[in-house]
Design a protein around this ligand. Structure first.
Ligand SMILES: CC(C)=CCC/C(C)=C/CC/C(C)=C/CC/C(C)=C/COP(=O)(O)OP(=O)(O)O
Ligand SMILES: O=P(O)(O)OC[C@@H](O)CO
Ligand SMILES: [Mg+2]
Length: 240
């Protein structure tokens, strides 16, 4: 499968259960300068809502990935570049580590060419995804680094995702995860709402994920986070 995420600095995560900011369209979202769209949310996602977002984004030139929160919402659609499937390393309920995946393989003819996993480490205990998966969010930077190494070296995962959904996380934790990784791509998501927060996390993470902001504030705010993420990747010579 393609590994285009190795080139991404910024992702917009669209929640099919949420509306866009007033007066904005999916075309506006696609034109923010983000490198890819991920479609997914924890609560109240259906295939119909998923399909609506895929159809609205398909004609623009931005990579489009589904991030299914359970096997029942996976949409089979050629307009998708692929599927990024969470595996929650610090889940309390084992179903979110392998059980849901086993059921998915039983019920679907999985398109492995277009499927890869994201090794989630969930760190905001107040997020619905933490509640759902009964994640143990009490993790030191060293423990998060160890999870990241397990993902890469033991399970061969290509993407590690430090997830603080809904709140801005600890940059030291993200730095520890980054230091633990060799080849895998590090995603960071949670509470990125402006240039500075994007810049700070993109100094450590390979890719920052912006979710709620697109729904709450809209595309102008998202564009600033794209700039922050891109600027953090510039070499000193480029920034001069
Ligand atoms: C095997 C298949 C196909 C799916 C299972 C995939 C797994 C393990 C999912 C568990 C974790 C999960 C629900 C991930 C979704 C990622 C996500 C959108 C997290 C952010 O959600 P929140 O921000 O907490 O939720 P809301 O914004 O909906 O409140
Ligand atoms: O909604 P926010 O807080 O931006 O989080 C983004 C993403 O990591 C959620 O899965
Ligand atoms: Mg959310």
């Amino acid at each position: 499968m393609s590994t285009s995420w190795t080139e991404w600095d910024h992702i917009v995560k669209l929640d099919p259960d949420k509306t866009l900011a007033e007066g904005e369209t999916f075309e506006d979202v696609c034109r923010t300068g983000t490198d890819a769209l991920e479609i997914g949310g924890t609560l109240d996602v259906t295939t119909e809502k998923m399909q609506r977002v895929i159809d609205a984004c398909a004609k623009y030139d931005v990579p489009l990935y589904q991030e299914p929160s359970n096997p029942a919402v996976v949409v089979d659609d050629d307009d998708l570049d692929g599927y990024l499937v969470p595996v929650v390393l610090n889940a309390g309920a084992v179903s979110w580590i392998t059980g849901a995946h086993k059921e998915w393989v039983r019920m679907d003819d999985v398109d492995w060419e277009r499927t890869t996993t994201e090794a989630y480490i969930i760190l905001n205990p107040d997020a619905s995804v933490a509640e759902l998966t009964e994640a143990d969010c009490d993790q030191s930077p060293e423990e998060v680094a160890a999870y990241a190494e397990v993902a890469e070296e033991m399970f061969g995962q290509e993407i590690v995702y430090v997830e603080y959904s809904g709140t801005f996380g600890d940059p030291d934790v993200v730095e520890a995860a980054a230091d633990a990784l060799d080849e895998a791509t590090l995603f960071y998501g949670g509470g990125i709402r402006d240039y500075d927060s994007a810049y700070t996390m993109a100094q450590h993470a390979d890719t920052v994920v912006v979710g709620d902001l697109v729904h709450d504030e809209g595309c102008e705010a998202v564009r600033e986070t794209v700039e922050g993420a891109k600027d953090a990747k510039k070499t000193p010579a480029e920034s001069a």
